[in-house]
Design a protein around this ligand. Sequence first.
Ligand code: GLA
Length: 391
Amino acid sequence: MNILTPPMGWNSWNTFGSNISDELIRSTARTMKEKGYLEAGYNYIVIDDCWSLRERDENGRLVPDPAKFPHGMKDLADYVHSLGFRFGMYSCAGVRTCAGYPSSFDHEFVDAKTFAEWGVDYLKYDFCNFPASADGKNRYATMSMALKASGRDILFAACNWGSGEPWKWMKSLGAHMYRSTGDIADNFKSFSGIARSQIDNFCMSGHDCFNDIDMLTVGMYGNGNVAFGQACTDEEYQTQFALWCMLGAPLMLGGDVRKMNDFCHALVLNRNLLRINQDSECRPPYIAYKGRVIYNGPDAAGGWEEYPDTGLTMFKHLSDNEFAIGYFNFAPKPGEVLFTFADAGIPYGSNVALELTDAITGESLGLQRDYYNLVIPAHGCRIILAKLVNV
Ligand code: GLA
């Protein structure tokens, strides 16, 4: 089973937590079809924790909670498939899920078979309540083999939050993606910390196994299950989405797509950002600038303020001799973020320029030589597409 570009879709957890139902999944699928999400590539619809009864049935099988899923999972999967999506579910390597429901420790093969019978195409596999005496790596291997023995192609989305540095070994066990960090919360500090903590590890992410820095919170605006801390602004959501796209991380939406405002709707469907994320070469970006941001606006204490280690410029090779340049400002004030072309391998004196286009707005920025620095808003970003031109 080949997963050639970062998986895309929607997951119930960030907004809905335990408040999930058959109707939620059906209406989300309908909206995603009607509003162009499926066409843009968001093709996995995933039910997270809290979908089952508290106990297995007499045959040791997991049972969907009939109050939440009165038609069962097969019927729901059929519906989701009929609209053209793939259907995802959730279990856990421990003895209970994080929310306390039965999970797959010592039931890996029977559960994988059950998921396959229901028509599941994607399994998120969490790590709560894992026995101290057991071996985590081996249990992820067990579920990977159970899925392969299930008779159905099922994307294996391992989720052990970075425990034991999964970027070094999860791919070798057959996983198609692996969570590398703790849970995201719907605030700037959380998502920027998560993304920045993994930048160096994306060199181990690519075809068939992607580093997963968690579901997005774009569009939540402080409502929902992971809405802790200061809610994000539009500018901050743009930065979140751009970080995930530049890194080539899986794009699992976590907001309520049925209520997405126009700004976030346009953001997550932006063709250029998605093209950068889904580029067929799957190259990680490298860091072309990392340093301070200086604010010298009217209210600056003492005329200027320095924010160390808040400016970041990422440079990403795309297919067809194109490049994406991401300027990020993690400081709470606007300031200049730098990009010197020599740092991308284009020294002064070369007869080469970059033809630049703003990836988000589509605005042409002309032919530039030697350097291109930009003032970036507080907590903001600019994403630019570049082509090499001989001059
Ligand atoms: C863990 C995972 C989350 C979510 C919850 C569900 O915290 O990291 O993404 O699946 O469990 O309980």
